[in-house]
Design a binder for this molecule. Sequence first.
Ligand SMILES: *[C@@H]1O[C@H](CO)[C@@H](O)[C@H](O)[C@H]1NC(C)=O
Ligand SMILES: *[C@@H]1O[C@H](CO)[C@@H](O)[C@H](O)[C@H]1NC(C)=O
Length: 200
Amino acid sequence: MGRVLFLLLWVLPQVWGSSEVLGRSFLFRCLQITSFANSSWWRTDGLAWLGELQTHRWSNASDKIDSVKPWAQVKPEAWLSRGPSPGPGRLLLVCHVSGFYPQPVWVMWMRGEQEQQGTQRGDFLPNGDETWYLQATLDVAAGEAAGLACRVKHSSLGGQDLVLYWDGSHNSVGLTILLTCLALLFMLILGLTLWMRRHR
Ligand SMILES: *[C@@H]1O[C@H](CO)[C@@H](O)[C@H](O)[C@H]1NC(C)=O
Ligand SMILES: *[C@@H]1O[C@H](CO)[C@@H](O)[C@H](O)[C@H]1NC(C)=O
């Protein structure tokens, strides 16, 4: 029972966190299996799902709960490019979002706080390492591209949306790479700190 309580305490804030970001909620289910062979032999095992996704399991043999997948831990990276011109004097802005897990994500072209209703979302494509790729395009008049931005919300970003501004050139790619490197460095330092603390 202690384990189940721990699981709930640990998981619920994350469930709430992600449902807030994505504007969707997911059902969280736990299954506990206790088997009794006779009066002296018994064992308890368990499974947990978030929506259709199995997230955790725990076994009688160990005192710890294992994460089945690195859910809500893999951040997307995003970059912009110019697609094939839809017509004279028009531009197709393409926002690429890749490497995120789990799948639910929100991608929108914005002008300030205003969502651009012309945003077209492509299909989710698998990256081959269980992460996903998605692109969102916007067809605009060439003179109206300045000031547009692609905004990405994902459960792994903890409310810190990715925002990439269209500036005509592709400087924003450099910024994405820089931010991704900073995020990786931060995770590395965090990991090392935790590791050193554990092994002291
Ligand atoms: C209880 O069940 C286990 C597993 O089937 C078995 O190994 C053990 O010998 C049984 N104990 C008794 C007292 O029957
Ligand atoms: C399951 O765990 C309990 C508590 O740790 C232990 O007493 C019991 O023997 C375990 N059962 C099996 C089958 O290993």
